[in-house]
Design a protein around this ligand. Structure first.
Ligand code: ADP
Length: 428
């Protein structure tokens, strides 16, 4: 209770007691015959008594207030100390590695888990720039972390690599958030969750897919050759029904080959075994071949393909196999996701610095809510299946990775029901 309230309530109580006493005094004076000489003495006595009573009550209430206040202060400080201790125990002993840094990235403290992750003693971290300890496969992404931190932005779940003293590698999921301490200084708390085991399991799975795809390639190719021989064998005339069976098997085998190739490409990209083989090649010929390959496919689907390039391009230095894989995938998709009567436009432009390739269609488009996921492995947009049941959702993932390996960028613009444009920009 506030002291003003305790004083006023005690004054009220004392006031009531005084009024009571005056009442009793009045009754005594009225009904008991007191000699008049005693009256002033009695009055002074009553006033003094009231005064003493008020003083005692006010003093007692103030003492009670002071002791209640001190108990409350003790309890608050105990709770504070307890939560501070609890917090620092959690920080120190948490199984998640924590690193506390200042605004420039210099380490101020680490917990036991972080020290174990790097197998370095806790004291040796002090004064080290945390960003010198972090590496990653995607160097551009890793280089952005200090920038994000300085801008006060959160970094969430970025895959990174850290090394132990003896060179042993750990894969970690890195998050970093910034906050202001009591002096309003910028600080950062970095968490590094060890995902080495998951990475090893993922790698084993990818290796299995790679091995299986390799093993499947040979029999699939053999079956296609034999089927072609059967269809064209002289001396044997296949009936119409038999020819239709051969065509169905042939289409099935083609699909199987595409699938196996996609799996193989994905596993190569993930294992990092897809090395770049640069060569200088003629761009006019390159685009001519890519488009020619898809003309028959476009015709069967009733889609027109229009090209628009400033021929002749001259030569270009890149990995023609990877570039072909990317452009063919985008062009194939544009034809596949455009209804009969639609149009696909392929555009390319080369200047001193960049090669720009854009492929636009007036097809089904990609729903806005699916656009964020479109380059993810195995993802197909919600409107894709009803238009074309055939698809793995691996193509655009392969395209994105291939363009990244070639040092370029890929972007797209799309509106459902209106069309889609994919744009690839490569450095010369
Ligand atoms: P898929 O084998 O399904 O074609 P991709 O990885 O090549 O897989 O493409 C992923 C998804 O992106 C497709 O399933 C489709 O939903 C969407 N998509 C790709 N290109 C286009 C396009 N030109 N128009 C509309 N949707 C597209």
């Amino acid at each position: 209770m506030h002291p003003e309230y305790s004083v006023s309530s005690s004054l009220t109580v004392s006031g009531i007691v005084c009024v009571g006493l005056m009442g009793i005094g009045f009754l005594v004076w009225k009904y008991i015959n007191i000699p008049p000489a005693f009256l002033p003495i009695l009055f002074v006595g009553a006033v003094l008594f009231s005064f003493a009573l008020i003083t005692v009550v006010v003093y007692q209430s103030l003492r009670m207030y002071a002791s209640a206040h001190s108990i409350a202060r003790d309890i608050t400080s105990e709770i504070l100390t307890y939560s501070r201790e609890l917090f620092s125990e959690l920080y120190r002993n948490s199984p998640v590695p924590y690193i506390l840094i200042d605004k420039t990235g210099i380490i101020e403290s680490v917990n036991f888990s972080a020290a174990r992750l790097f197998s370095i003693e806790i004291q040796k971290f002090e004064g080290v720039d945390v960003f010198t300890l972090i590496e990653g496969e995607d160097e551009q992404k890793i280089a952005l972390i200090p920038e994000y931190f300085k801008q006060g932005r959160f970094v969430n779940d970025v895959e990174a690599i850290v090394h132990e003293m003896d060179g042993k590698v750990h894969w970690v999921m890195l998050s970093l958030f910034s906050f202001r301490d009591t002096n309003n200084d910028l600080k950062g708390l970095m968490t590094l969750v060890d995902i080495t085991k998951q990475k090893q399991i993922d790698k084993a799975k990818t290796e299995f897919v790679s091995l299986a795809s390799h093993q499947l390639r040979t029999p699939v190719s053999a079956m296609r050759w034999n089927l072609e021989l059967l269809a064209t064998a002289t001396g044997t005339q296949l009936s119409e029904l038999q020819q239709s069976y051969v065509q169905k098997i042939s289409r099935g085998l083609e699909r199987m080959q595409t699938l196996v190739d996609d799996f193989l490409n994905v596993s190569k990209l993930e294992l990092g075994t897809l090395s770049i083989q640069r060569s200088t090649f003629d761009l006019t010929q390159f685009f001519g071949l890519v488009v020619e390959e898809y003309r028959a496919y476009a015709a069967t689907r009733g889609v027109e393909v229009e090209t628009n390039w400033n021929e002749p391009f001259g030569t270009f230095s890149s990995d023609s196999h990877l570039l072909n894989m990317a452009v063919s995938n985008i062009l194939g998709n544009a034809i596949k996701y455009t209804p009969v009567g639609g149009k696909v436009r392929a555009y390319a432009f080369l200047d001193e610095k960049t090669l720009t390739i854009a492929i636009a269609d007036n097809g089904i488009g990609i729903p806005e809510e699916d656009q964020e996921m479109i380059f993810s492995k195995l993802f197909r947009a919600s409107n894709a299946h009803s238009h074309e049941s055939d698809g793995t959702g691996l193509g655009l993932y392969i395209v994105k990775e291939a363009i990244r390996i070639l040092g370029g960028t890929i972007t797209f613009e799309s509106k459902q029901g209106v069309g889609t444009t994919f744009t690839v920009i490569l450095p010369t």
